[in-house]
Design a protein around this ligand. Sequence first.
Ligand code: NAP
Length: 505
Amino acid sequence: MGGAGESAVRGSSSGGLFALLGKGVRRRPGVSVLTARGFTMVGVAIIGAGFAGICMAIRLRQGGIDDFTVYEKADELGGVWRDNTYPGAGCDIPSVLYSYSFAQRDDWSRVFPEQHEILRYLHDCAREFGIDGRIELGVEVRSAGWDEGTSAWHLETSRGPRTARALVSAVGQLNRPRYPDLPGLDSFAGTAFHSSRWRHDHDLTGRTVAVIGTGPSAVQLVPRIAERVRRLYVFQRSANWLVPKSDRAYGPTARRVFRIPAARLAARGATYLRGETAVYWAVHGDPGAKLVETMARRHLADQVAEPRLRERLTPDFPIGCKRILISSDFYPTLTRDHVELVTDLITEVLPTGPRTAVRDYAVDTLIHGTGFLATEFLRPMEITGRAGVRLHDVWRDGAAAHLGMTVPRFPNLFLLYGPGTNLGHNSIVYMIESQVAYVVRKLRGERVHEVTEAEFEADQRELRANLAGTALEANCTSWYKDANGRVTTNWPSHTYRYRLATWLA
Ligand code: NAP
């Protein structure tokens, strides 16, 4: 699992992009230069300072490539861990695995730490690996075009033009909120906000609140806000498969054990293998699916006594079709007297609150736990490759990239956490490290890296074949599917197979 580090420094630098940079442009290492055309020129422009962008920057530096800049449109690094500050926000992959292989910690407070602890980890990593000064905050990249003459990317940013030899998108899949497409939404007279744009200035104490959606975000925030509000309506469009969360605080003994690197590695390995077996199997049908489904049904039966509520919380699609939820306090919250699960569909939103075919719900706060525009990769940026071809035109029938990273006719463009690389069963950080190692190797080995149509097509055929027959393609609404109903977000196979593929490519 720690392989990303080794591969990051493999590959020859002779003839690579950075050999060229050394000759072609007067520069000091790590410092962007002003070119004759007045552009600020950097070797590698990284867009986004979340888990992927920070990892990319650290590994470039460790790989001897010091000429890079990270552009971050917000005023703080952190990606989703900066944006999602709702009560209860956290990761449902244990941090021993949801962390960089090269930056393991012995002081996590619990198995599943909350948002603030993960955000602090990212800040610590950026500082400890010396890349925090390389992040330009408050700079939004609006467009990027490949210039054949200079073999460089010309970027338009909110702070003016920039030029880079290579462009790495690290914007992720879950950075743009999706609001429900309900008539009258804008007419709501109370306070409305998205789970990832939490209004901390809006005290929920004593309020009547509606939460729309029952995905991973809602499942985390509903139990927390239920403690404060007067009345809570949880609007569920589809029930989800949900398994218990075996969270616990790490005591002094556990922390002492974690100081031993072998113990950390063992915990990390065990967590990794659990994801690669149980959850992976669930997506790939029986007997794994039956096993996890039985666990989920038992959890529901244990926590919800009332048969009618249990029935409404039982999904009608195969387990693994969308993300399996992990929570031990969501179901009990729904049984509280002041909390009501509403399964009638919202037909419109009135100034007073949601309306269903059955009744109107008067609320003063509306919280959208309705997810993200995950399949709209890289939007709203305009990316233009060779001969003016637009990435969004290429992706008209669904986003796709070779190993989720490269697209023909877009030289020296690398996508981290791109199409076909999301996971429902393991840590995305493992995937990101595989990608980052690949990018460093390509940048060190080739002046201009561009995947061929043949390589791209072969990769896509394999991806589609691996997806076929999995629960991911079953009949359910899920953010894994684009507007055409194609799964464009996920890697449907084992993660070590992905790592192997990136090593061999
Ligand atoms: P999500 O999984 O996309 O869930 C959105 C929810 O909103 C679903 O229940 C959906 O119902 C509902 N919804 C959407 N439009 C609606 C409408 N018009 N009317 C009624 N309901 C509507 O979003 P999310 O919960 O924010 O999670 C997104 C992803 O973020 C996760 O899958 C995960 O990858 C990540 N995440 C991870 C964690 C974690 O690690 N614990 C926590 C939060 C988020 P349907 O099911 O019917 O579509």
